[in-house]
Design a protein. Structure first.
Length: 435
């Protein structure tokens, strides 16, 4: 039966590592929880579960951690990391762990014309606030989560407010979206190269971003000393494996965790594949997650038999996502641009067989026909052929389980990544103290 569910929560990003995050509300915002220990200021999207998952790696590390939130959203109320909020909002905030730039209600009640004038200048205001925070709190490390917009914003603030060298700068590139297409635009490439060259340390989830950085004049010493690391800090393998429901060959569920339209992946070729190749699939259910209005419109044009087998969701709670992944035989994630997708690691840990696109960031890590099947995002027949094989070949999906689990342990085990990340911050903070 087709269902449309407007649920809240995190989809496919590993926000619930074990041990469970235990950030506690501080007694007051401006008092460090661990006096004398390193101070780390993150700059990124406060509403992103990728942000939460990465910062939650540091729960037990006794670092003084704060987040300067970009104006795209608010952090969850139950996530108590101290956050500087730049998103206009009337939502009440706990002032022990939140500071806001704009007074509550300022935008909601302002006349539209005044609102438009104010918004036109808010970037400069936000940058001045960030510069003030850097001067007053004096973080040892600034970690920008992504180049666009976090890294570029911090780059401008450092230069415009003469703050170069005030903190060690850890620049984390996001998957393939930061550089994959921008590097072909001469103007953007020049700007991004400047940003990368100024960072003290560059972190990435894939080697391709490192290669681009080196081509642009970044020195090898600037590349992360811990190599490539998933953008969420990895997955909790034991938690995911506990949700695996029997052998993959016994399952009849396909999960499509990124059923949306954006520059990096396209949904319509997947719909075309389902329409043209449905007769080749055994009876099954399809869970389409993170859907957007445009995708929902085109979903209505699918054949009735396909629609009856589908469940459409926007965002679903983490526990529900794990349940769906654990019941899935196939994890479908064709894309045009990607890093090393977290959904691939989650699928492998739960026994779901991944169908991915043969991107340069993914191909070196896996073997087609053993770990994954490849299908280019814009080719419906390739997607249909991969689905037909994965849904009918019991040996393929069962034989991959052990090797895929070993692959996740080698590349994305949160339990082994966490101490490496903590050691990296300790080293950066030590280098800062020595200057």
């Amino acid at each position: 039966m087709t269902t449309v569910q407007e649920a809240s929560g995190d989809v496919g990003t590993g926000r619930s590592p074990l041990p469970a995050p235990s950030w506690q509300p501080p007694s007051r915002f401006d008092a460090d929880s661990f006096p004398g220990r390193p101070r780390i200021l993150f700059v990124g999207h406060a509403e992103s579960s990728h942000t939460h998952a990465w910062i939650d790696l540091l729960v037990a590390a006794r670092f003084n951690v704060r987040l300067f939130a970009l104006p795209s959203g608010l952090p969850p109320d139950d996530w108590h990391v101290r956050t500087y909020v730049t998103a206009p909002s009337d939502r009440p905030l706990d002032l022990r762990s939140r500071q806001r730039l704009y007074p509550a209600g300022r935008f909601i009640r302002a006349p539209m014309r005044a609102y438009a004038r104010f918004v036109a200048g808010d970037r400069a205001l936000e940058q001045r606030w960030l510069a003030r925070i850097l001067r007053e709190w004096k973080p040892d490390i600034v970690h920008t989560l992504g180049i666009d917009p976090a890294g570029e914003m911090f780059f401008d603030v450092r230069r415009d407010h003469e703050l170069e060298g005030a903190s060690r700068w850890l620049l984390q590139t996001r998957g393939g979206s930061d550089l994959a297409l921008s590097r072909f635009d001469p103007v953007r490439a020049n700007r991004l190269a400047q940003v990368l060259r100024e960072a003290d340390t560059i972190l990435s989830d894939n080697a391709v971003n490192f290669e681009i950085a080196l081509d642009w004049g970044v020195s090898p010493e600037q590349l992360s000393p811990i190599g490539t690391v998933p953008g969420t800090g990895g997955v909790d393998i034991e938690l995911l494996a506990a949700h695996a429901a029997g052998q993959p060959s016994t399952r009849r569920v396909i999960v499509w965790p990124k059923a949306y339209e954006c520059p990096w992946s396209k949904a319509l070729p997947v719909f075309e594949a389902l329409s043209q190749h449905w007769h080749r699939l055994p009876p099954c259910e399809i869970h389409m997650l993170a859907t957007v209005p445009e995708v929902r419109m085109w979903f209505n044009a699918l054949p009735a038999a396909v629609k009856r087998a589908c469940h459409l969701d926007d965002r679903i709670p983490r526990a529900e996502l794990l349940s769906v992944m654990g019941r899935s035989r196939v994890m479908l994630a064709p894309s045009l641009v990607d890093g090393t997708p977290n959904s691939m690691f989650e699928a492998m840990a739960t026994g779901a067989f991944p169908i991915l696109s043969p991107l340069a960031t993914i191909r070196p890590l896996v073997t087609e026909g053993r770990n994954v099947l490849f299908a280019r995002n814009l080719y419906p027949d390739e997607i249909g052929d991969a689905l037909a094989r994965a849904m009918n070949d019991d040996h393929l999906v069962d034989d991959a389980v052990e090797e895929n689990l070993a692959l996740v342990r080698a590349l994305a085990d949160r339990a082994t990544i966490q101490p490496r990340v903590v050691a990296m911050y300790e080293s950066l903070a030590g280098a800062r103290s020595a200057t």
